[in-house]
Design a protein around this ligand. Sequence first.
Ligand SMILES: *Cc1c(COP(=O)(O)O)cnc(C)c1O
Length: 430
Amino acid sequence: MRLSSTINPGVSVSFCEAVDRGIADDGGLFMPASIPAFPPGFFNGIGSLSFQEISFLVAQRLLEHEIPADALRRIVEDSLTFPAPLHTLDDRTFVLELFHGPTLAFKDFGARFMARTLAYLHRHDPRETTILVATSGDTGSAVAHGFHNVEGMTVVLLYPSGRVSTIQELQLTTLEGNVTALEIEGTFDDCQRLVKQAFADRELSSRKKFTSANSINVGRLLPQAFYYFNAFARLPAREPPPVFCVPSGNLGNLTAGLIAWKMGLPVERFIAATNVNDVLPRFLETGSYVPVQAVATISNAMDVGDPSNFPRILALFGGSLPAMRRMLSSSSWSDDETRKAILEVFQRHGYVMDPHGAVAYAALRRYARGTSTGIILETAHPSKFPDVYDTMLKENLEVPERLQALIQGTKRSVRLSGKFEDFKAFLMSS
Ligand SMILES: *Cc1c(COP(=O)(O)O)cnc(C)c1O
């Protein structure tokens, strides 16, 4: 597969180069120059394929034999050691549960695939690779777990001090070995800026080998397309094509869904559901993209004021706002509305949703027409956000055993200002 940059379409790199570099030299994001589609017949037989089989076929089609089939199959199978089941709320509304991985959030899919792809690419390389990750909560944990104790890899996590939940902070700071957590005095956007600056800094990059594992890395982005195909395969009826409702922050999950659609997956529409950080719904309404300072909410993994994947979304629609509006809706929901949605899902269906999925539920309810089939992407397990639930809901909250395993140990972090010089000094000395 060839990829170009969202800034300069003349750039052309392979998938492996794009995974390794993270971001293009011109500061743009890598994007498939063309997206290979499945023949329509593929979707007739998809119901008989397992999640792993579907994922391998999607990866193979995307990568066009850049990684030999047996190695690619191993990467897919080692990454997807847990399911992505479709839970039925009613005969037209489904929840795609993406929280069955080790860190109980959908980012496990991308992080594990990317870690294994990088390990494969560097299997003969003696130099240490440093993975830089800015996280608003769940990314860092998924990436850290994805890379934990992988030889030749060091992970540096940056998270905004005081802006992640207690449980999220423990997940970020209790891994030892090759993982260091930096507690940054600032917002998630500040963390993202520091990572971008580090990549652009010539002195740093001459001394160290960096790569990113943010949702900007295509190695994390593309595997997120797998579960859209799987959701379609698990539907009781393929007609009408489903509406996918995606709780959105940095827009990586949405971008992956749009790529799945471009590969031929039948989709009626995408709904990008945001919390009050509503840059995308505003863009769809007004046509102007105005980044904002992120506001803290109970769906904190979506507290993003300048979604980094926005240029990719734009590129997927050839820069055309009318084309985007034909396929994509977006709406914004307050914390109060999110809490109401959590209660409503529980009262109607006896199902406890996490705050991110609940934002999507609210958005789908507004959109839903009589005949549509809706699939809500449930991006995290509700037990990760105990502070959000009242006593009644808490009693109905199942706490998976693997949550306990995640938060054992003592917090270890390095506190840094949001200044680039401090971050650089840390990287130079480590
Ligand atoms: C990261 C995250 C999101 C937002 O996904 P994007 O790909 O950044 O849009 C939503 N929910 C949860 C639980 C997350 O961790």
